[in-house]
Design a binder for this molecule. Structure first.
Ligand SMILES: [Zn+2]
Ligand SMILES: [Zn+2]
Length: 422
């Protein structure tokens, strides 16, 4: 059974998240996007936990389904926790960690246990005064099936290996509890090819999730699994084992589109490609640059660009359909025209994954017009350009070659066509 899983999302109880996120709207959006397994997000937040409890039923396999509905989306209790602690070098460390749990009962217990380290009520992504290692300790004590992994590993401020975090390895960040870390999240600004340059990461499974703060961003990165039966245990096993028969591929945002790919200084609109110049100061104002993911990966890399490890999970790049339509129509994703075209395509082809990977280009053209069809064909064949993101500014897509300057993407990895045909 093919499963598309997005395991790191947020509810409306996390800071800067859309008010429209609730269990029902999440399940409906997941169906549209072709996602079968979805994190609940923010499950340690008491109010959200109650809401999830009230609106879902246990499937008896560690997963939950919407109550009184034929929607089949399977929810897995999940949360992102921000840990703030003093490192061995006495510097203050802040890193983000994701936790998956096999039951809402365990979530309730973990929420209670962690409440002495910070407020569980104020932010769906609790900020706790606790070391990452101690967090793993407690989560494992509450439920030995708890699955913890570093969130968006490379982002400058809160990624365990980000430029500001001060850790150079997962072992350093999680100390003696590193033995319980079996996976990491690549984050939007890096893709597998970048991560393969670090031999230390070979022992962990790279996974990809959306970290959505609004429904539209659900599934912008996902994991595609092939499971005999769907359960919490089988999902975790597929991740830990990295068996090619079970863990098929990850769907990745183009790393250049992520908002921390290049180095830069947002206020001055200044960005720089670290492959050309590893300067750390803004050329405009002289202040320190925010060191992006490309730079940071290169600093820690012990392998050349382009290295491919023997054991690895394949991946494809994709662009969310709403972004494709918005680009083609030169209108924001919030306009009625963009929303209507999105709905028409979903209605015709079933779900977003099918539109992006399987639908015939000529059929797409008939429903949504030539430009959108051409954009999708270009994404499938990796024929697009991107002006890379930096310092919190998202990268800009050029799907139709409208602009002359952005850096062209050569065919650097397998394209969608290699995985989805017909
Ligand atoms: Zn985070
Ligand atoms: Zn500046």
């Amino acid at each position: 059974m093919k499963i598309v899983a997005d395991l790191h999302v947020h509810s409306r109880f996390a800071m800067a998240c859309s008010e429209a996120i609730n269990p029902k709207s999440m399940a409906e959006t997941a169906k549209e996007k072709g996602i079968n397994v979805l994190g609940t997000g923010d499950i340690l937040h008491p109010e959200w936990l109650k809401e999830v409890e009230k609106n879902t039923v246990s499937e008896g396999n560690g997963l939950y389904a919407l109550k009184g509905s034929d929607n089949k989306t399977a929810f897995v209790p999940s949360v992102e926790v921000s840990t703030i602690f003093e490192g061995r070098d006495k510097g203050i460390k802040k890193i983000h960690n994701c936790i998956l749990l096999p039951s809402l009962e365990s979530a309730k217990e973990l929420s209670e246990r962690l409440s002495k380290y910070g407020s569980m009520n104020s932010d769906g992504r609790p900020q706790l005064q606790i070391s990452a290692a101690h967090l793993v300790d407690i989560a494992k004590e509450v439920d030995k099936k708890a699955f913890i992994f570093p969130a968006h590993l490379w982002t400058p401020y809160f990624g365990a290996l980000g430029a500001m975090s001060g850790f150079d390895s997962i072992k350093e960040a999680y100390e003696d509890r590193e033995k319980d870390i079996r996976a990491y999240e690549s984050g939007l600004s890096s893709d597998p090819k970048m991560n393969w340059r670090i031999s230390e990461l070979d022992k962990y499974t790279l996974i990809s999730n959306s970290d959505m703060h609004s429904l539209a961003n659900m599934g912008r990165e996902t994991n595609v699994l092939d499971l005999e039966e769907l359960s919490y245990d089988s999902i975790i096993k597929a991740i830990v084992d990295r068996d090619a028969e079970r863990f098929k591929l990850t769907v990745e945002y183009y790393p250049e589109e992520g908002k921390y790919h290049y180095d830069g200084h947002r206020e001055c609109g200044y960005s720089v490609n670290p492959e050309e110049n590893k300067s750390t100061v803004c050329k405009v104002c002289g202040k320190k640059l925010v060191i992006g993911v490309l730079h940071r990966v290169d600093d820690l890399a012990d392998r050349p660009v382009g290295y491919v490890p023997k054991v690895h999970i394949p991946y494809i790049h994709s662009v969310p359909l709403i972004e494709v339509i918005s680009y083609a129509k030169k209108k924001t994703r919030y306009t009625q025209e963009v929303k209507t075209l999105y709905s028409k395509l979903i209605e015709r082809f079933g779900d977003e994954m099918d539109v992006l990977t399987k639908a015939k280009i000529s059929d797409i053209s008939e429903i949504a017009g030539e430009e959108i069809a051409e954009c999708i064909d270009n994404v499938r064949n990796d024929r697009i350009k991107i002006r890379p993101g930096y310092s919190g500014v998202f990268g800009e897509l050029d799907l139709l070659g409208r602009e002359p300057e952005p850096k062209s993407r050569a065919n650097q990895q397998k394209s969608m066509k290699d995985f989805f045909s017909g």
